[in-house]
Design a protein around this ligand. Sequence first.
Ligand code: PMP
Length: 305
Amino acid sequence: MQLSVVAELPTAAPQPVAAPLKLWFDGALVDVGTPQASAHTHALHYGSGVFEGIRAYATRRGAAVFRLPEHLERMRKGAELLGMAFDVAQATEAVLATLRANRQTDAYIRPLAWYGDGSFGLDVAGHPQHLMVATSSTNVHLNGNRTRVSASSWRRNPASALPPLKLCGAYVNSILAKREVKARGFDEAMFIDDAGFVVECTGANLFLVRDGRVTAVEHRDALPGITRDTLLALTGAESRPVTVAELLEADEVFACGTAAEVSPIAEIDGRRYADGSPVSREIAAAYAGAVRGEDSHASAWLTEV
Ligand code: PMP
């Protein structure tokens, strides 16, 4: 039988064809679909790469990248560990050029440096290295303000085995934890250590609020987050090790990260935090002001595009 409804559909007005997004790849801006990786790419097999997650925001003075030097310095440290050359000035230019080419103001920025084609051996010496920068319109990491968290049974990569930097392979640890708790119906996993101390989430750091006092969870195995550092500066919060028991007794808990921003936690393993999270929301608003340059002392954190 033929479907007659097709003929009844109004004719759609021709849509302007959007220009393909560009990404920066080894020194040039190319269409997003253009670069192709060989199946022998070393990083594909062993995670021999390092990346960053950065954000740009629309500010009164136009688009600006938040804490770009700090992100690229962290990436440089990861590259150095892997024995890669990493030119911060070149990476800075690549980030800005990609944002300009894509005419993005609010954007998530993903630089990635990795080892390419070569042998299957683990020695990276002699492998070609690549650098790309991709940007996308802002994505949200955690589930808005209703994030339900569960402690994973997986331990975080210990810093003594894998330093807390954004090394590609290290994130398999986060993927395992996320998969585990999602199978149990939660949104996000929290890592705890053998002694019952809180480490961090899969891609965000944790804070607690108790009697109006704000505390940043500190742990040697956690990534020293740039958002965490920003919030310490904005709030004057203390930073110290925190046990799971203390987290469960807190009035509010929030996760923070470049993608997550300040994300109040609704529940940790059945412990529900009262609706409202007033202090977390206040901090979220202060952070939103800082990233958009509305806070005068935060303007030093912005790199104009
Ligand atoms: N922990 C992990 C494991 C992360 O991947 C991230 C995201 N980079 C964070 C914490 C938060 O770090 P930042 O605030 O620098 O984005």
